[in-house]
Ligand binder design. Sequence first.
Ligand code: ACO
Length: 424
Amino acid sequence: MDEKIKLSYEDKVYDFPLVRGTENELGIDIKTLRSKTGLITLDPGYKNTGSCVSNITYLDGENGVLRYRGYDIDDLANNSSFIEVSYLLVFGEMPSEDKLTKFENDIRKESLVHEDITSILKSFPHGAHPMGVLASLTSALISFNPGSVDVNSDDKMYHAIVQLIAKFSVISAWVHRKAKGLPLNYSDNSLPYIENLAQMMFKNPNEEYSSNSVVTSALNKLLILHADHEQNCSTSTVRIVGSSEAGLFASISAGISALWGRLHGGANQAVIEMLELIKRDGGDTSRFMEKAKDKNHPFRLMGFGHRVYKNFDPRAKIIKKTADEVLKDLGIVDPILNIAKNLEQEALNDKYFVDRKLYPNVDFYSGIIYRALEIPTEMFTVMFALGRLPGWIAQWREMKLNSEPIGRPRQIYSGSKYRNTERA
Ligand code: ACO
C-alpha cells in the first residue's frame, strides 16, 4: 500500500509519498516539493535530511546497532578479515572462498605504486600533516592510473577497486614512514593484507620483522570497525563529489579531506591530545568535565557524542576491549588509558552527558591502541581513512549505479535586496 503524508499550505493540501526502509525507518519523499508548492526545506547540517536510499549500512543510533549489508558489526569484527568485509561492502555479498582468494590475489598484483609517487612524497616538508599528504598522493595516483572508471563495466570497475585498495595501503604506510623519517618499505606479496600492512609500516631495515598476532588482529578489527558508517560527512562528500562525474580517486581524495576535521575522523587525534593535556595538568578529570559543560568555554570532551548514536557506539565497546588486550600483550602501562576510563565513568554518571545522550564514540579508545603501536598522533586519521576506503568505494559505486543526479542543495537568500553602483 502506498503510504502518503499531507502538507497543507495556503489553502491547498499536497500529498507526498512516504518511503519505508527494510528496518521500518520512514522518510518523506519531497522530490516534487518545490515544483508543486514553490517551497524548499531548510536543514543546516542535514540533521533531518536523507540524501539517498542505500542498501549498504544500517545504523540505529537509538539502540546502538550497526550492520554492514545486514551483518552485525561485532560479528564481522570478530569473525572476518578486512578484505572479506571490503568485498562485502563493495559487492553486497560475502565472497565465496574462491572469490575471496581471487580478490586477495588481484589486490596483491596491484600493490606496486609508480616510483615517481615517492618523489612527490619526499617533496613534502618535514612536519606536513599526514592527512594532507595522503589526500594529495591519492589525487596524484590519478595521473598514474588515468581513465575514468566505467561503473557499467564489471571488469573495469573491479579493476579500479583492486587498484585503489592495493595502492592506498602502500601510500598510507609510506605516509607513516615519512612522518617517522624512516625508509619506505615495499609490499611483500607473500603476506596477507594486514600482515603486509604491518611490515610496510613497522619493519626496520636493520632487523628482522615478524608481526605480532594480537597487533594484527587489533589492526584488522580497527579497519573493519571504521569501514563504513552510512551518510557521514566524508561519505556524503565522496558521493557528492562523484555525482559531478569526478572520478573515483578524486572523490576519495575529497573524502579524505572531509575526514581530516576534528569533529569527524580527526577526533581520534584530538582525543589523545586532550588526554595528554589532562595528564600534564596532573590528571584531574573533573576540571575538564566542568569546562566541557561550560557553554562559554570552547572545550568539548573529544571522543564523546555522535550525530546519530544516542546510545553506546557499538564500535567503541569493541575498541575498548581491544585496547586492553593490545596494551596487556605489549606490556604497556599507559596512564592515559586510566584517564580515559575515569573520564568515561564520570561522563556516564553526569547529568549533562546523560541528558544529552553523549556516549564514547569510535574515536575515544582507538588512539590508545595506535599510540601503543608507536604510530604518531597525526597519523591516526590516516588509519581511519585506510579503514573507511571500502565504504567510500561502495557508496560511490552505489551512487553511480543508481544514476543519482548531481548533488546541489538550495538555500534561503538573506543578503541585500537589489542595489546598483550608481551613487545617490
Ligand atoms: N562535549 C561536551 N558537550 C557536547 C559534546 C561533547 N563532546 N558533544 C555534544 N555536546 C553538547 C552540545 O554542546 C549540545 O549541547 P546543548 O544542547 O546544550 O547546546 C548537545 O550536546 C548536542 O550537541 P550538538 O553539537 O548539537 O550535536 P551534533 O550532532 O551537531 O554533533 C558531534 C555531534 C560533532 C560528534 C559532537 O558530539 C562533538 O563535537 N563531539 C566531539 C568530537 C568528536 O568526538 N567527534 C567524532 C564523532 S565520530 C566520527 O565522526 C567518526
